[in-house]
Design a protein. Structure first.
Length: 196
């Protein structure tokens, strides 16, 4: 997986109704991946900021290639608020103290830092990343699928219920931030830099 995050060049000019629909669909994608009883292993072979990190943390296991790559939720650094439902998943993965610092700074982490705090499960040479991800998948496939799937569902059920409730409650405040002058200014500068 390689993701430069969300396409802010395409998203920046959208109106409120279109952004509402986008965020609803993106949250739905996250929830489908997070709550599936199937196995999901992320093989991160490049940068994974923002939306790329969101999809990776929805997975059961994350293998990241060693190299000059970065991963993290950098939303605050570009003027966006991280939705509360997403902060909950981040806290579950890396702990409250690490999450508080990383999220408030919009920290993009090296593979080694991400591994040290539990954001990724393994860091391997790029040439081995896909093999390691497939090995983890094969290991998990050895468990009886019905029992494994029901156990995974049970492990994530309470969190998933809270996330669903929070996604609805937090959507309009998230849009308020997206359309606030502060965010629009930072986004315009980012879009100009990306187009530049």
């Amino acid at each position: 997986m390689f993701s430069a995050g969300l396409d802010v060049v395409a998203l920046q000019p959208l109106g409120r109704d279109a952004m509402r629909l986008f965020w609803q669909r993106f949250a739905s994608l996250f929830m489908r991946l997070y709550t599936t009883s199937k196995i999901s292993v992320a093989c991160i072979e490049g940068h994974a900021p923002a939306g790329g990190c969101v999809l990776a943390i929805a997975c059961d296991y994350r293998v990241m290639a060693n190299g000059p790559y970065k991963i993290g939720l950098n939303e605050v650094a570009v003027g966006l608020a991280v939705p509360g439902w997403l902060t909950e998943v981040y806290v579950d993965l890396i702990g409250r103290r690490h999450a508080e610092r990383a999220l408030q700074l919009g920290e993009m982490m090296s593979p080694q830092r991400a591994h040290a705090i539990g954001l990724v499960d393994e860091v391997v040479p790029l040439a081995l990343a896909m093999d390691k991800a497939c090995a983890e998948l094969s290991l998990r496939l050895k468990s009886p699928p019905l029992a494994r799937g029901l156990t995974k569902t049970a492990l994530r059920a309470a969190v998933a219920e809270r996330l669903n409730q929070r996604q609805q409650a937090e959507l309009e405040p998230l849009l308020d931030v997206w359309f606030a002058d502060e965010c629009r200014s930072v986004m315009a500068a980012l879009v100009a830099r990306l187009k530049g």
